[in-house]
Design a protein around this ligand. Structure first.
Ligand code: SAH
Ligand code: F3S
Length: 484
């Protein structure tokens, strides 16, 4: 079910959805006795990119802990350093190369130090070639499809004088029962689906993550039940394109799974990302509206407000159908918060076409938007399109878009001042341990004063201050305990 396509100087595997049911395999059954080579040693993982990468790092940490490794507080103290990388934009790749270069002196001081590169960049042949040519001090390169092989690869790298390259060019079976080291005691990420079949013309993810594979609903439900027993209050279901969940299984869809997860006792909040504007069914909207636990927040990447650009992006919807979807969602889910992703400066985008994006942002009034300058990704279809807009013009478009969105986001926050919101207190604020941080159901960050005992509880909080990207709140005296 795959076809090798040769583009420019690199070959990439183009995956097609297969009619076959995704197969699963149990990590516990396939893993040989986990080698205890990490006893007395420390690891440090640097993660770039999306939530799926963050979660992959939790899985790698879980495997390393089983090998006896313990976390290091800084790279200088580590015996094993892993760079879990992102390939979505070029500047993310440049950052990784910069850091790998900077880490070289550590290898001189500590010759036993193992240095590994994994994640989406490792799936790119041109990156592997660059590592071969420029960074011989890297000991191990492995990809997204064989993450579960980490323990045996570490042993191989320890024994080898040469860099170990172990990258599968296509996914194998869905691996279940992977160990995970989750740092957060309140909320957790849960994979429901791997890969993407959509081939948006700018995007490298279908190449680095392979075809779509869904986990079985019973495996997802079992994991979430376990998390609830461990005291987790909120789960975020992860997939590149969650609306397609189950297409490879045949008898279940995303709405069914969401409903099952939302009814698990102890799980107070359910989120999901990313759902795309295509295939966003009325059934899905109804489940979100009906289930108490599913938060009123939908991340709905639009990418552009212009139909010609949307077509060239291969997005599969138009400005009009997107706006109709927004209307359907807002009609049925009162108070829903909508966020989006937008790319500025796609090849051939004119100023007028960019104006359509600004106009769409004004029309929809997103709560927040993640905005990106288009980045050319070798091997994707858009990389071969003519791009004659200057970088200055693109940056100027991005600036105008960001200004518009910031004003809209701020207005939403100002309207909340004086109102009371249910806030799940997640922990200490990242910048000030004296202050607590939590989120509203609509995913707005709220900072508040209060005792650490509030962590893990949902409490009514009066909003007393508004900034563009955060709210300040005061807990109301009556504390409502989490039930259910
Ligand atoms: N479905 C995935 C999309 C991953 S990429 C998810 O949401 O997790 C996340 C966002 O990065 C995309 O929505 C898009 O806005 C942006 N992006 C992807 N490829 C890009 C490129 N080549 N240049 C600029 N931005 C890009
Ligand atoms: Fe990328 Fe489009 Fe899939 S943005 S992850 S190809 S839905």
């Amino acid at each position: 079910m795959s076809e090798l396509i040769q583009i420019n100087d690199i070959s990439l595997e183009r995956h097609r959805p297969g009619p076959e049911r995704s197969q699963r395999v149990d990590y516990r059954a396939m893993a040989q006795a986990v080698p205890a080579v990490g006893v007395g040693k420390r690891y440090w993982i640097r993660t770039y990119g999306c939530q799926m990468n963050e979660h992959d790092s939790e899985i790698m940490a879980g495997m390393l802990q089983e090998m006896g490794y313990r976390p290091a507080s800084a790279p200088e103290e580590a015996d094993l350093i892993l760079f879990n990388t992102c390939a979505v934009r070029e500047n993310a790749e440049d950052k990784v190369f910069g850091e790998i270069g900077r880490i070289k002196p550590l290898k001189r001081r500590h010759p036993e130090l193992l240095l590994g590169l994994c994640g989406c960049m490792a799936q790119e042949e041109k990156v592997r070639q660059f590592v071969r040519d420029t960074f011989p001090h890297v000991d191990l390169v492995f990809g997204t499809h064989n993450l579960h092989q980490l323990p045996e690869l570490v042993v191989q790298a320890m024994a080898s004088q040469e860099t170990v390259f172990a990258v599968w060019d296509r996914p194998g079976q869905v691996v279940e029962n992977l160990p995970k080291l989750r740092q957060d005691g309140v909320k957790a990420w849960v994979n429901i689906q791997y890969g993407c079949n959509k081939y948006c013309t700018y995007c490298i993810v279908p190449f680095t993550r392979g075809r779509e594979r869904s986990r079985l609903p019973e495996d997802v439900v079992a994991e979430v039940k376990q998390l609830a027993e461990e005291g987790i209050r909120e789960v975020t279901l992860l997939g590149q394109n969650v609306n397609d969940y189950g297409l490879d299984l045949g008898d279940v869809d995303f709405a069914d799974l969401l409903q099952q997860v939302a009814r698990i006792p102890g799980i107070e909040r359910v989120r999901f990302t990313t759902s795309n504007p295509w295939n966003f069914t009325d059934k899905l909207i109804d489940v979100i509206a009906a289930e108490e636990a599913i938060c009123e927040h939908i991340h709905l990447p639009v990418q552009s407000g212009n139909n010609r650009i949307l077509k060239r992006m291969n997005r599969g919807y138009t400005r009009e159908t997107y706006l109709q979807l927004v209307e359907r969602i807002r009609d049925r889910i009162p108070g829903v918060s909508l966020t989006t992703d937008i790319i500025v400066g796609f090849p051939g985008e004119t100023e007028e076409e960019f104006q359509d994006t600004l106009d769409l942002v004004r029309t929809v009034q997103f709560d927040n938007a993640f905005t990106f300058l288009y980045s050319r990704r070798q091997g994707t279809a858009a990389a071969r399109m003519k791009d004659d807009t200057s970088l200055e013009a693109k940056k100027d478009r991005l600036r105008r878009l960001n200004e518009l969105q910031a004003a809209i986001s701020r207005r939403y926050h100002e309207q909340l001042v004086g109102k009371t919101e249910d806030v799940l207190v997640e922990g200490e604020s990242k910048t000030n341990p004296e202050i607590l941080a939590g989120r509203t159901r609509t995913n707005r960050l709220v900072l508040l004063q209060g005792s650490r005992e509030l962590i893990g509880r949902t409490i009514p909080v009066q909003i007393v201050g508004a900034q563009t990207w955060l709210l300040r709140g005061a807990p109301r005296t009556a504390i409502r305990e989490v039930t259910g």
